[in-house]
Design a protein around this ligand. Structure first.
Ligand code: MLT
Length: 238
């Protein structure tokens, strides 16, 4: 199992993904919010790229969630906070979701052998599941509007470290090595380390500090959301 890390959607065309496992990473906040939604009972999530696609599905009866630049879109039922989905109202329901970066990465990864939603919340469960698939792995950082971001790279480093130490994965990829170095530098206090990260600053201005804290809680969930035929569902019996 060889690991590669794609640090931005703008680089994803350099990482052929057919036959591989792709782990989608958008720590602040899409992949953390998706994990929260499944942890709290949602049935499935359909990721879409555009607001118009989400509106069309909302008109057909789906619950709709979405944000741009971290701000909830007013016409939708939910934004992209992990706390939005901690409600009885989403239990057993189907949700269409569009976010600035995370749902775009989901769509780009379609065609991989397996697409898995990764976050600090479910990291150990994802590491175990991915190692069992025994395919080569691409850790796909959603970044910010095609730019590098620190928090996704930290998670890529943490997951690469877990896969290499616990499951004998290997890497010949400099961005994976760089992500591991960054994670080991940050590990003793990740929240402090991302103090100046652009999206942390953006979310703090939006008074979403509690979302940030939630998104860095480690291994709170065994839930593994996977993308199958354009829909994110919860893997059963993991
Ligand atoms: C995204 O998909 O870009 C993010 O999750 C943005 C956000 O914090 O809502």
């Amino acid at each position: 199992m060889n690991i590669q890390t794609c640090l931005s959607p703008a680089l994803f065309n350099l990482y052929p993904h057919q036959g591989k496992t792709v782990v989608i990473i958008d720590i602040l906040r899409a992949t953390s919010a998706i994990c929260s939604a499944f942890e709290h009972g949602i049935n499935k999530i359909i990721p879409v790229m555009t607001i118009e696609e989400a509106e069309a599905m909302q008109a057909k009866g789906y619950l709709a969630g979405g944000e741009r630049d971290g701000v909830k879109l007013p016409q939708f039922d939910y934004g992209n906070s992990p706390y939005d989905f901690m409600t009885e109202n989403t239990v057993g329901k189907d949700l269409v979701l569009t976010t600035t970066n995370g749902t775009k990465a989901c769509k780009m990864a379609e065609g991989a052998a397996n697409v898995v939603i990764g976050s600090f919340i479910n990291m150990a469960a994802v590491a175990k599941y991915v190692s069992g698939l025994d395919n080569d792995v691409i850790l796909f950082c959603s970044g910010w509007k095609d730019k590098f971001n620190i928090e996704d790279t930290l998670f890529a480093g943490a997951l690469a470290e877990a896969l290499m130490l616990q499951y004998r994965a290997t890497t010949d990829c400099d961005s994976t090595q760089a992500a591991k170095y960054l994670y080991n530098e940050a590990n003793s206090n990740i929240i402090q380390f991302i103090e100046k990260s652009s999206h942390r600053i953006r979310l703090r201005k939006l008074e979403l500090e509690r979302d940030i804290n939630y998104c860095f809680m480690l291994n709170q969930s065994q839930t593994i959301p996977v993308l199958v035929n354009g829909e994110i569902i919860k893997l059963q019996n993991n």
